[in-house]
Design a protein around this ligand. Structure first.
Ligand code: TYM
Length: 349
């Protein structure tokens, strides 16, 4: 499935000039982390070479759980800076903030009216997040969140959406809503494909390798933030939970901890997992961790430092985001106008 969807989407690029991709990552209080960096950002950087790429910061999604306004403003700029420091070229890709393009919310309303309650409440992310605070305390925004995500995507008529594995269900809903709308009102939206990396689509928590790496990790040592110091990065890798036995081999079931470290190693070096396993034959877990700690510091240190340089000039970042939003609106407004007309709204002035 992964290989198929990935090659299907990249195949489109080869045959269709101007094929498009779009994706986004939530601006969180702390930082993007190693999971989102590997599962998404590195793949975005690859896709921008071949596609007309749109990358945005979903700040509207960030208020579906309680948030602090000052922190949100900071997190949006930091996320933009991390996109660029991680390799997104704002000259080549369109970089923007979701709330600067009101068409996202406008299309979301139309799509909400096409979505069943059961369909929305079956989304795993909604179930997880609402379970944490109790279903009654969850806001309606948490329920409609994936529909806003569908609007984010469909407005730009992308061929592919580069995401990690946990977003597959949301892309599936997006495809269902697009198909439903097209069927009901006539061909309007392109049906997008997820673009999921072959390696790194699900990076696990370093302390709890049964769970994916996420900002809601139970221990701060379970996740590496892109803002971590060299010392913190090295310490977290060296203290990662490994499995029983001593043999270094890739086995997701029996050795999830070691397999996770091998995956991270593979993504950061470009070596295959098979080659890495061969290289460490007869060595101890400790050897692998010490080397990986060094590799991770060398790779992530420059991303962190570049991020803080970019944050030193917020006016420049804001100008860049304003330029991106203007470009994004040019595309978004065409799709929204067509969708409004198809559902039967009278044209405005
Ligand atoms: P978010 O912010 O949770 O995650 C951002 C991206 O990072 C990937 N990811 C991971 N990949 C591998 N291992 C992990 N441990 C890991 N954790 C996160 C995610 O799969 C994702 O690609 N709903 C989205 C944001 C969004 C969006 C969109 C994405 C809003 N609108 C439109 C694409 C298109 C989210 O919460 O991702």
């Amino acid at each position: 499935m992964t290989d198929r969807t990935q090659s299907a989407a990249f195949g489109v690029a080869a045959t269709e000039p101007g094929a498009r991709v779009l994706s986004g990552m939530q601006p969180t209080g702390d930082s993007l982390h190693l999971g989102s960096y590997m599962g998404a950002l590195l793949n975005w950087v690859r896709t921008q070479e071949q596609f007309d790429a749109y990358f945005f910061i979903p700040d509207l999604h960030a208020i579906t759980v309680p948030q602090d306004p000052a922190q949100l403003r900071q997190a949006v700029r930091r996320t933009a800076a991390q996109y660029i420091a991680g390799g997104i070229d704002p000259e080549r890709s369109t970089l923007f903030v979701q709330s600067h393009v009101p068409e996202h919310v406008q299309l979301a309303w139309v799509l909400m009216c096409q979505t069943g309650m059961g369909e929305a409440s079956r989304m795993t992310q909604f179930k997880d997040k609402s379970a944490k605070g109790g279903a009654d305390s969850a806001g309606v925004g948490l329920l409609t969140y994936p529909i806003l995500q569908a609007a984010d995507i469909l407005l730009y008529q992308p061929h592919g959406v580069p995401v990690g594995e946990d977003q597959k269900q949301h892309i599936e809903l997006t495809r269902d809503l697009a198909q439903r709308f097209n069927h009901r009102f006539g061909e309007t939206f392109r049906i997008p494909e997820p673009i999921i990396p072959e390696v790194g689509a699900r990076i696990l928590d370093l302390q709890e390798p049964a769970a994916k790496m996420s900002k809601s990790a139970s221990s701060p040592n379970g996740l590496i933030n892109l803002t971590d110091t060299d010392k913190q990065i090295a310490k977290k890798i060296k203290s990662a939970v490994t499995d029983d036995g001593t043999e270094i081999r890739f086995d997701r079931e029996a050795k999830p901890g070691v397999s996770n470290l091998l995956t991270i190693y593979s993504v950061l070096t470009g070596k295959t997992v098979g080659d890495i396993v061969a290289e460490y034959q007869g060595k101890m877990y400790g050897h692998l961790k010490v080397d990986l700690a060094e590799i991770a510091v060398q790779h992530l240190g420059p991303v962190r430092d570049r991020t803080s340089e970019l944050l030193d000039d917020p006016a420049e970042l804001d100008a860049l985001l304003a330029k991106g939003a203007a470009k994004a609106r040019d595309v978004a407004t065409v799709t929204l106008t067509e969708a409004y007309q198809k559902v039967g709204f009278l044209p405005g002035t």
